[in-house]
Design a protein around this ligand. Structure first.
Ligand code: FES
Length: 343
């Protein structure tokens, strides 16, 4: 006893006696556990394959009604369920394998110097081999095959999603030129309508110095209003014709407008914020996100800030009734610049 009344040393309590599991002693129980683990891994494989098939085969605009949730997109449900099956199959399979078949005997490992000798390394390899033996990898090839396949395939959904989200950059560039301002060959010019009210606007409604938030009349037929609106939003301003710069940029801006009324994409060419601030005195358009500034008198060229490209202009004119119309879509992609653009 120490002078504080505590024992000087503690008795080693030792390890509790090992309790044998059914699969340790009964080969039939072990076989049953093996089949259960293989079934769980197989379930994971089915889940992974289901995920990939759903990703490619199910359209992303098909909806289903689900009680307590309501109308929802079928593809999202399928991807969620199949990914859950895939994950749970691997998780439950691995836990069940460890609990029923892998060795559960506790071992005591003596401490030894950190640097290991060749002899120790050889011993480590021996231990790893013994571990593989204890996991019964060699004796149960079905577990090895299904487990390895389940875990190998599990990485695929991630790859598929990554590849899907990257898409084809050239196609993305082409698509960024397409907006609902595009007029089909021989089609009627599209009227400009006020954003929110959706009422058409006459040239005579636009006073010098005023600014309007504009959408194409075709927005009413859109099936994807938010996505279409995000690309087609336009700012309309009227300047005195003498305010335009006396150079090729000013001339171009004027000629694509109507009596000093000009329309430009509202989507900032930096990273896509809406350019919403018009300084009437200076004729500058300002993006509130990172302060890119565009000069309306010079075809919305960038005069300040991180944007590298002018705002695309929408060509406009008037129809027989005096309403402002766009005879064609944007001539260049709207929104942020991409790496394959020249500037
Ligand atoms: S998004 Fe407009 S300046 Fe950055």
């Amino acid at each position: 006893m120490s002078d504080k009344g505590l024992p000087a040393t503690f008795e080693n309590p030792g390890l509790p006696p090992h309790i044998h599991r059914a699969a340790d002693d009964d080969p039939r129980a072990a076989k049953r556990a093996e089949r259960q683990v293989a079934a769980l891994f197989t379930l994971s494989i089915i889940g992974t394959l289901g995920f990939i098939v759903s990703y490619f085969a199910v359209p992303n605009d098909t909806t289903v009604f689900i009680p307590f949730i309501g109308k929802t997109i079928l593809l999202n449900i399928l991807l969620g369920v199949t990914l859950a099956v895939s994950l749970l199959g691997i998780g439950f399979g691995a836990v069940h394998w460890a609990k029923t078949l892998m060795s559960d005997e506790e071992v005591i490992e003596e401490r030894h110097p950190i640097a290991s000798s060749d002899e120790d390394r050889a011993k480590a390899v021996g231990i790893l081999n013994a571990g593989a033996e204890q996991a019964q990898l060699k004796r149960r090839p079905i577990l090895k095959a299904t487990g390895a396949t389940a875990m190998g395939l599990f990485a695929l959904p991630l790859g598929v999603q990554l590849a899907g989200s990257m898409g084809n950059p050239t196609k993305a560039l082409e698509e960024s030129k397409e907006t609902i301002w595009d007029v089909p060959e021989g089609g009627k010019p599209i009227r400009l309508v006020r954003d929110v009210e959706r009422t058409p606007i006459k040239a005579s409604d636009v006073a010098i110095g005023s600014v309007f938030h504009i959408l194409p009349e075709t927005i009413k037929d859109s099936k994807h209003v938010l996505a279409d609106k995000a690309k087609a939003a336009v700012l309309l301003m009227r300047l005195h014709p003498s305010s335009f710069a006396n150079d090729s940029l000013g001339e171009k801006a004027k000629s694509w407008g109507y009596e000093g009324i000009v329309a430009y994409s509202k989507i900032c060419t930096h990273v896509g914020c809406p350019v919403g601030l018009y300084e009437q005195q200076t004729h500058h358009l300002l993006c509130p996100c990172h302060q890119s500034t565009f000069d309306v008198t010079r075809d919305c060229n960038v005069i300040f800030g991180p944007a590298k490209r002018a705002l695309p202009q929408l060509k406009i004119t008037v129809d027989d009734e005096g309403y402002l119309v766009a005879p064609q879509g944007f001539a260049e992609p709207v929104g942020p610049s991409y790496w394959e653009r020249k500037k």
